[in-house]
Design a binder for this molecule. Structure first.
Ligand SMILES: [Fe+2]
Length: 188
């Protein structure tokens, strides 16, 4: 099959095969990366509606696929210029592939031991820019924030071991040392 013929359905089949053969989230994400890159490289499947954003949220979250039990969730995320997320974790593996524009990712370390409810001390540890043709992965506990530094929307393909609103994940406000539950508004 030509890479340009690689479809969302093909991708979901590959995700199922990888998840069935491997349970370690870091290894699953590493195996998913080349397939996410391939799907993102030839986005004939990308519908105009996926360019839509939720202005209150600052980005659009478009669900392409999830299993009946919410595993193996595939989304298109569309980032408004100058907007992004607070630092957050995923509590599942994550693979992100650039489709259009730039996505700035800031990585954070957690400096406290997590024992105090609602409290988290974060330290900024790194920053890089994801562009089309690149793919990156996060472990379940990794904390990052995402920002669109450009003047146009940016678009990326996000794949997770489980739909993000079903993992019990958190977002963080480093200016107030807060941790709180994090769900996103999803367009179907
Ligand atoms: Fe994220």
């Amino acid at each position: 099959m030509l890479d340009s013929d690689y479809s969302l359905e093909n991708y979901v089949e590959d995700l199922r095969a990888i998840a069935a053969a491997e349970s370690d989230p870091t290894k699953v994400a590493e195996k998913v990366k080349p397939f996410a890159k391939k799907l993102a490289a030839a986005p004939g499947w990308l519908k105009d509606e996926y360019r839509g954003v939720n202005e209150a949220q600052g980005y659009g979250v478009h669900l392409l696929h999830e299993e009946d039990n919410h595993d193996l969730a595939v989304f298109v995320l569309t980032w408004m210029p100058g907007r992004g997320t607070m630092p957050h974790n995923h509590m599942t593996w994550a693979v992100v592939a650039g489709i259009e524009g730039q996505e700035q990712e800031t990585e954070w370390n957690r400096a406290d031991d997590g024992s105090k409810e609602g409290y988290a001390k974060l330290e900024k540890v790194g920053e890089h820019i994801l562009v089309p043709g690149q793919v990156t992965a996060c472990k379940p506990q990794d904390i990052h924030s995402v920002f669109n530094p450009g003047t146009e929307i940016s678009i990326s393909l996000h794949t997770y071991g489980r739909h993000l609103n079903h993992t019990g994940r958190s977002e963080f406000d480093p200016s107030k040392d807060l941790e709180r539950p994090f769900e996103v508004a999803v367009s179907k």
